[in-house]
Design a protein around this ligand. Sequence first.
Ligand SMILES: [Zn+2]
Length: 398
Amino acid sequence: MLRAEGRANVWRAMRKSIVDQERVSGIGLTKEELQRYSRHLIMPEVTIEGQKRLKAARVLCIGAGGLGSPAALYLAAAGVGRLGLVDFDRVDLTNLQRQILHGTKDIGRSKLESARDRLRDINKLHDCYFSSENAEQIVADYDVIVDGSDNFATRYLSNDVCVFAAKPNVYGSVFRFEGQTTVFAPQLGGPCYRCLFPEPPPPESVPNCAQAGVLGVLPGIIGMLQTIETIKLIVGIGEPLIGRLLHFDALKLAFRELKLRRDPQCPVCGENPTIFAPIDYDQFCGARNDEASVPGISVQELKGKMDAREPFELIDVREPFEFEIARIDGAKLIPLGEIPERADELDREQTLIVHCHSGRRSAQAVRLLKQRGFAKVCNLEGGIDAWSDFIDPTVPKY
Ligand SMILES: [Zn+2]
């Protein structure tokens, strides 16, 4: 096995494309392509050889959202021969502030269909939830993976399957006004995601875009940086962001670079790995199973109880600023973080129905209240989002 210092130089020693050379040599460029890519071809770092590598390359974008949009658009424009997109989501009005693959006319459509209309030469669409059952099979067809996912379950899954398959995983994430990117590639001398974070954080501690917000242009910048790294790995030029993490602060307009090290104890790429197969991360990342594990009530059932004037108390565990944007009439606001000290304000004999934005934080609140002896408490499935979708469209979505 290579020692750590040895590994750090693998890429430098290799100095070649991650794309199989035999595949590249079977590729030619048409007259139209020579003209289309002429601004690449005239650079001695790229030339016809580099453009052929791009044409021979197979890139998978996980997610056709904020990060995946600019990545897919520019990868297609750069002449990447095979571009795969995996996403199961549909376009929502709140996506359009940053997900530039999609337009107003696409609201309600599958993100993949919308992407197909925008992208030239898109080859493969994987209309599925990227899961432990299909991840290895999907990744197997590609040379490099651009991770544009927005949740920990997918992030850990894409990391692990990329390590198993020895494929570079170009990572990006955004949060409010900040973003970061790096290339995870243990086979090229760098760490993997688990070298830094061996286990996912508890679900309730991690706000997503819907809870924390994100400056619309920010995923554009991070997604483009991921694209640059992808192109460098394919063409075989420059110093890739392996073992380095680039952090971007939009408010200060400052980039900062952090050194990343491989962890020899890493459970997936370390010397004595303990993870050999994709795990069903949802079980501990929370998103769906977390909600399934507490008693729930649908928005239709809640409406029925309201219409029948049944006695219950509706508790909203979102933040005050969210309450300002949208609320369900009659709800009492107790932000999730205040539940432990304010639980005594609530009537233990009363039926309590708890809601948040999408049902995740409220599931956590239901668990907290049950621990404190509240017996008649349940979670509003889908949260105020579902209420707006199915019961009262005058409640704004955000
Ligand atoms: Zn690792």
